[in-house]
Ligand binder design. Structure first.
Ligand SMILES: *[C@@H]1O[C@H](CO)[C@@H](O)[C@H](O)[C@H]1NC(C)=O
Ligand SMILES: *[C@@H]1O[C@H](CO)[C@@H](O)[C@H](O)[C@H]1NC(C)=O
Ligand SMILES: *[C@@H]1O[C@H](CO)[C@@H](O)[C@H](O)[C@H]1NC(C)=O
Ligand SMILES: *[C@@H]1O[C@H](CO)[C@@H](O)[C@H](O)[C@H]1NC(C)=O
Ligand SMILES: *[C@@H]1O[C@H](CO)[C@@H](O)[C@H](O)[C@H]1NC(C)=O
Ligand SMILES: *[C@@H]1O[C@H](CO)[C@@H](O)[C@H](O)[C@H]1NC(C)=O
Length: 384
């Protein structure tokens, strides 16, 4: 009984295998060849590059003799072009159960830069603090990927240290640069402003210092700019007002100071503007009421920000859902017009120097769920 079952199962596997081979042959565009082809040099470069991260034990030619064909490597993708299979994506790190993970002594091999068709390169949780020694992003050879690379990501690599190499500025096809939660330090290179195809620039959760380069204003296509949780200082460059496509701007948790530039009023499509936990000053400016797509505006914890609520046409911000203006030294009263923000669900005005009567209409706002007014010198009664 049992042996019969096994036989049938084996038969099925044989059937599946031959079906797979058949499909491979049909899909093949070359004349007589039946096996997918890869340029030998590119195949060797892939093995050496991965071995650099995975460790000496990882023997690609043994484990994955046909990496773009019948022995695919988890995290590696290929495309067929000019009669060959080319490596187009390399994702290192424990994203899936059988992903490529990094050795304690993971390092960059120059062979990585021989994969000249690479579009997507990512490292997640690869360079950790348990590593023998921290690793820096290589400075040389990025120009080899300048015509292909569209996305470069380093996420959660605390053992990745040093500065962003200015040479990344040559990656003119790059649409997404994500350097999130690593151990990177130093100044942001001006050259990143040359990445004119960028749609997403995420530099959050490192220890970058110095000013935001004015050159970032040249990133015309940018949709997301996140530089939160660093040690950036200086003021917000006026040129950021040129980023008219921008949807999200997050500069929170830095040491930025100075006045908000009136140019931010050009950011008509921005839905998130978060500059909490900095040292901005100069008060609320009218440019804020021109950012008409705003859904979330957070300026809290800028202790010397100052200014008043009265000068702003709050009713212009009809998309606003979250408004956090706590702990920023606001004075004056709460204007009645704030109650005209129909979608507002969160309003934080706590820990300021606001005084006078609380407008009764605040209690009847249609979407209001959370309202903080404590830590002021307000009077009156809200009936809910
Ligand atoms: C991988 O294994 C093959 C055969 O077992 C051997 O010839 C080759 O040198 C090894 N390559 C590396 C990089 O260790
Ligand atoms: C960043 O700021 C934190 C807190 O002020 C400080 O502990 C850290 O040393 C700073 N890092 C750098 C690289 O300046
Ligand atoms: C960007 O903005 C600045 C200041 O608002 C302006 O002088 C400059 O011409 C703008 N254009 C570019 C491409 O930076
Ligand atoms: C702003 O958003 C609208 C609607 O999504 C879009 O048509 C327009 O092109 C955007 N503006 C810019 C400068 O990207
Ligand atoms: C914020 O700016 C003020 C005025 O420039 C300065 O006195 C203060 O030390 C700054 N605070 C921090 C935390 O940097
Ligand atoms: C609070 O406001 C009242 C008048 O509305 C004023 O007399 C009092 O001094 C204020 N208290 C503080 C601590 O500012």
């Amino acid at each position: 009984m049992e042996s019969l079952v096994v036989t049938i199962r084996d038969l099925l596997i044989v059937l599946f295998l031959s079906a797979g081979l058949f499909l491979l042959c049909v899909g093949q565009e070359g004349p007589a060849s039946t096996v997918a082809v890869m340029e030998r040099r590119e195949q060797e470069a892939l093995y050496s590059a991965i071995q650099g991260f995975a460790g000496k034990w990882w023997n690609g030619s043994d484990l994955y003799p046909d990496p773009c064909g019948w022995t695919p490597i988890q995290g590696v993708s290929c495309d067929f072009s000019d009669g060959f299979w080319h490596v187009t994506a390399v994702n290192i790190g424990p994203l899936y159960d059988n992903s490529l993970t990094c050795a304690h002594n993971a390092r960059f091999s120059h062979h990585l830069f021989e994969l000249s068709h690479l579009k997507f390169l990512s490292f997640f949780n690869c360079f950790t603090l348990q590593s023998h020694k921290p690793v820096e992003i290589p400075f040389a050879n990025w120009e080899n990927l300048a015509n292909s690379l569209e996305s470069l990501e380093f996420r959660s690599n605390p053992g990745l240290i040093g500065a962003i190499p200015a040479s990344l500025g040559c990656l003119k096809r790059l649409q997404s640069l994500v350097l999130l939660e690593n151990g990177l330090t130093g100044r942001l290179p001006t050259e990143l402003g040359n990445l004119v195809s960028l749609r997403r620039l995420v530099l959050g959760g490192n220890q970058f210092t110095g000013q935001i380069p004015a050159s970032f204003g040249g990133l015309n296509e940018l949709l997301i700019l996140d530089m939160s949780r660093n040690n950036l200082s200086g003021s917000m460059p006026l040129t950021l007002g040129n980023l008219t496509s921008l949807l999200k701007l997050d500069l929170s948790y830095n040491k930025l100071d100075g006045k908000l530039p009136k140019e931010i009023g050009n950011l008509k499509n921005v839905t998130l503007f978060d500059i909490r936990n900095n040292n901005f000053s100069g008060g609320l400016i009218q440019a804020i009421q021109e950012m008409v797509s705003l859904e979330e505006l957070v300026i809290s914890n800028n202790p010397i920000f100052g200014g008043e609520l009265e000068g702003i046409q709050w009713k212009n911000l009809q998309n606003l859902e979250i408004l956090d203006l706590s702990a920023m030294g606001l004075t004056g009263t709460i204007p009645d017009s704030m109650a005209e923000m129909k979608r507002l669900g969160f309003l934080g005005l706590n820990d300021n120097k606001l005084s006078g009567n609380v407008p009764k209409r605040l209690a009847y706002m249609p979407s209001m769920k959370t309202l903080y007014l404590n830590g002021n010198n307000l009077t009156g009664k809200l009936e809910i």
